[in-house]
Write a protein that binds this ligand. Sequence first.
Ligand code: SF4
Length: 222
Amino acid sequence: MKKKFNTAPHPTISQVKIIEERNNFPISWLNKQGFCEYGIYLENVKGIEIKPTKSMVEGTKVHATLEANFREDAEPTTFDEMLETSKTGEILSRELPVMSKQHGIRGFIDEVWMTPDEFVIIDDKPGTRAYSSSINQVFGYCLAFKEMIPEKRRIVASLKQRGTENIYWASYFDEKAEKDIINLINRMHRLLEGEIEFKATDNPNKCRSCRFNTICERKMDF
Ligand code: SF4
């Protein structure tokens, strides 16, 4: 888990790192990409700073509270120890850091249930609607997690309603899910390399709720 990699910040794109000579972006961008790629362009390529929305601030607060509650009873351990222990029992990990050097992605998984049969990768979301963008994000975590484990235990992707125990969507991270998410990640890398253009949404409802709508030259009328 504590492997050392050659890492440097990208010279022009915020939050992108260059790890072992490959661009590496936050897995949460797979969610933003599904909302509107152009938002990533405005924020991270053009460097426009806009205050976070109320729901973003609340989400961060809820995360911090859950993490603090979890830490009160949690026992510190290493990733390898967790893998070993979970061969015979169940363990829950929160805010597990994951990184795929191969696919150029990194992030923190909200929760991972490790059991003798499977790993359940859980992403907390507000609400109970399984948007394809949320699914892409959790599949991104599954892909990065898969690269970190030396074995072939089944991986399940799931979405949980924030602040509750309600898992409202779950699916195996199978071959098709893996292939599809690799294709999407490759598209993101092509955007970051400037090989293709960031696409703006054509959904006015998204523009209405977007925090960039006061400065975005590509916004739809709403
Ligand atoms: S205003 Fe609309 S087009 Fe512009 S970044 Fe936001 S969602 Fe995308």
